[in-house]
Design a protein around this ligand. Structure first.
Ligand SMILES: C[S@@+](CC[C@H](N)C(=O)[O-])C[C@H]1O[C@@H](n2cnc3c(N)ncnc32)[C@H](O)[C@@H]1O
Length: 206
């Protein structure tokens, strides 16, 4: 792994994903998590303070990047919840079928290389009736913004750890066998529109 991905990228992600605009999405989303939870792309642990720990039986923190895990320090040990690392990619989740009540996916689907396999894995481990909570940036509805997303995407992808600006998040979820039960989408303020179109909500497996 390069020095950039190991040391610099985790700090940049921590700053960008720690913005007040993104924090308010986390504050809305995370209190809905309950039971056995799988957080996919745990990053530096920015969601952790917003869980209602009395509702969470166990939290699996799946994060393939050693740099991200290192940047998160001893955050899992200091949580009141029972938290455990899974240090691998979402394309190969090593959990049993129908074993998870809540999957949490925040600003990660943009970066997963094989999103199809990863969502299939999430669907497999989610219990019938379980929920997938998501907050993700992606494809903007305005043609002009979307054109810029497509233009900038190849460079952005290299600088931002494989992140895609232009993924149609609801479409990817639907194509992978999830039905969206609630969603709102809008440009988050104080960020370039290319980066700022946000989809948040929750879905169930069909
Ligand atoms: C922009 S960060 C978001 C981190 C965190 N979810 C948050 O909300 O702050 C994207 C994360 O996705 C992770 N990631 C990239 N590819 C992945 C994969 N194939 N499976 C799981 N996580 C992945 C990265 O390591 C990184 O931690």
């Amino acid at each position: 792994m390069s020095i950039y991905n190991r040391f610099i990228l985790p700090s940049l992600v921590n700053i960008a994903c720690g913005s007040p605009q993104i924090r308010s999405q986390r504050q809305w989303l995370l209190p809905q998590a309950y039971g056995r939870v799988l957080e996919v792309g745990f990053g530096t642990g920015l969601n952790l303070p917003w869980y209602n720990s009395s509702q969470v039986e166990l939290l699996w923190a799946l994060e393939p990047s050693e740099g991200m895990r290192r940047k998160s320090g001893d955050i899992l040990e200091t949580s009141p919840m029972d938290c455990r690392w899974l240090d691998l990619e979402a394309e190969q989740i090593p959990l049993d079928d129908n074993s998870i009540d809540t999957i949490v996916l925040t600003y990660t689907l943009c970066s997963i290389h094989d999103w199809k396999s990863a969502l299939q894995q999430m669907r497999r481990v989610l219990k019938p009736g379980g929920q997938l909570l998501f907050s993700e940036h992606g494809k903007a509805p305005d043609q002009s913004v979307h054109r810029w997303q497509n233009r900038i995407n190849p460079i952005w992808n290299k600088l931002a750890g494989g992140c895609h600006l232009n993924r149609a998040i609801p479409q990817l979820l639907k194509e992978s066998g999830f039905s969206i039960k609630e969603m709102d989408s809008s440009y988050l303020p104080a960020a370039p529109k290319m980066l700022a179109f946000n989809y948040r909500g929750w879905a169930k497996a069909n």
